[in-house]
Design a protein around this ligand. Structure first.
Ligand SMILES: NC(=O)c1ccc[n+]([C@@H]2O[C@H](COP(=O)([O-])OP(=O)(O)OC[C@H]3O[C@@H](n4cnc5c(N)ncnc54)[C@H](OP(=O)(O)O)[C@@H]3O)[C@@H](O)[C@H]2O)c1
Length: 404
């Protein structure tokens, strides 16, 4: 028996999927009892969507972007066809509409490749850990930025040189802005949060910061303090609500994400019942992503359907406790450290470690603080920035401590 797949998009992932399907169709048939076959391909220059839909049991959407991907996915689901997509943009902005359409039609919508490439983040959170009460997810979900930060750490390269290397080696697009500014990771964390916590989280709800302002000096001082710099997406329960954010953060050396280097992605899932699980692997690439897509197709060929249940309401929290690293240049004169410490103390910020280094007439203070509410730390950093002996605005990066 044949299982007919309509393929939308034949670019990096679409072409790799086509090739993988031809290679693996027989093995899939031996396992599932049906042979997956392409019923047709749609790109900008070939194919007709209505005709393809008519002749397919499942639509594989590998176009990317919002439209026409959203329109095609909705049409497929409403026509009672299963759908598989790798599209984080459409899921993070129109997920509820798509889940609802799939639920109403009683068909599957699968999207493993939308987060972490071939790393089975979606499946593990949504299916394997369905019984666990997830408290927090931390993820390195953008391979481009992880490659850049790893290169800066490994070779001492500047941000610009590491980005140029990433582009030369194919780890970064010609226009890398959505990767380096954190928006790509924010879209993926919105999808992860929806599954981990059941609340509707859209890309617009996720504040994000990128890595464009990270300097070699940040990384050098971090090394002295035993920290690794990563672009981290976090989604966690906070005081009855939910905080979902993306930001550059220092991780203590023992944190499972600290050793994830190069273009690899990784996600750490924390829950009291399971302690902690870390999944890591290639986060992108045509053949790798195609493998996750075919895995989803195979799952859809075998009922029953699994969809996120209707969303529950959870308030989104933005003022969250975090540990901080602060790096500030000051005039090298007596009493400076005491004044900085006093301001921190008045805001309830306690210092975990300090490195002070002379720079001629100036000195550089590098401090790591114990966890404190972000609003309190921001207030302290603002006051410190206004002191007359301060020679540069404080540079602030969050620090993630191993807490499980
Ligand atoms: N590349 C990766 O490593 C990776 C990893 C994880 C997830 N993804 C996701 O996978 C999806 C596909 O990415 P990709 O890298 O394969 O993209 P891509 O190389 O740019 O390919 C896009 C394909 O979609 C087709 N297309 C674009 N607009 C269309 C339209 N309006 N109607 C019909 N076809 C259209 C293009 O057709 P033409 O050939 O006619 O231009 C092309 O074949 C995206 O959602 C992406 O986020 C990619």
């Amino acid at each position: 028996m044949r299982f007919r797949l309509g393929l939308l998009g034949h670019g990096t992932v679409g072409a790799a999927f086509h090739e993988l399907l031809e290679d693996r169709a027989e093995a899939v048939e031996a396992t599932v009892g049906m042979r997956p076959e392409l019923s047709g391909v749609l790109t900008r220059s070939r194919g007709d969507f209505a005709d393809l839909l008519e002749r397919s049991d499942l639509i594989v959407e590998l176009i990317g972007g919002l439209e026409p991907a959203r329109e095609y996915l909705l049409a497929a689901l409403r026509a009672g066809k299963h759908a598989v997509t790798a599209n984080k943009q459409v899921l993070s902005q129109h997920g509820e509409e798509l889940y609802e359409a799939a639920r109403e039609a009683g068909v599957q919508l699968r999207f493993e490749a939308a987060v972490g490439g071939v790393v089975p983040v979606i499946r593990v959170i949504h299916e394997t850990l369905a019984a666990a009460h997830i408290e927090r997810v931390h993820g390195i979900v953008n391979g481009t930025t992880n490659f850049i930060l790893s290169e800066m750490t490994r070779t001492g390269a500047s941000y610009d040189d590491a980005l140029a290397d990433a582009q030369r080696l194919g780890y970064a697009e010609a226009d890398p802005s959505e990767d380096v500014n954190g928006r790509d990771a924010a879209a993926k964390m919105a999808i992860v949060a929806r599954l981990a916590f059941g609340a509707a989280v859209s890309l617009d709800d996720v504040p994000y910061e990128g890595i464009e302002r990270v300097t070699g000096e940040d990384i050098e001082y971090a090394r002295e303090l035993g920290l690794a710099l990563k672009l981290v997406g976090s989604a966690e329960r906070v005081g009855g609500g939910l905080a979902v954010r993306v930001y550059p953060a220092f991780l203590y050396g023992e944190h499972p994400l600290a050793a994830v280097n190069g273009s690899f992605n990784a996600v750490t899932i924390e829950s009291p019942a399971i302690t902690e699980i870390t999944l890591s692997g290639p986060g992108a690439g045509g053949p790798q992503t195609a493998s996750a897509v075919l895995g989803d197709v195979i799952s859809a060929m075998i009922p029953p359907a699994t969809l996120p249940p209707p969303a529950i309401a959870l308030p989104l929290v933005t003022d969250v406790e975090s540990a901080f690293y602060m790096h500030v240049e000051v005039a090298d004169r007596p009493g400076v450290l005491a004044q900085v410490a006093e301001i921190l103390g008045l805001q309830g910020v306690s210092v975990k470690s300090v490195v002070q280094r002379g720079l001629g007439d100036n000195a550089r203070l590098v401090m790591v603080m114990h966890p404190v509410l972000e609003s309190r730390f921001d207030a302290a950093a603002g006051l410190i920035g206004r002191l007359d002996f301060v020679r540069s605005q404080p540079r602030v990066i969050r620090v993630i401590e191993e807490t499980f």
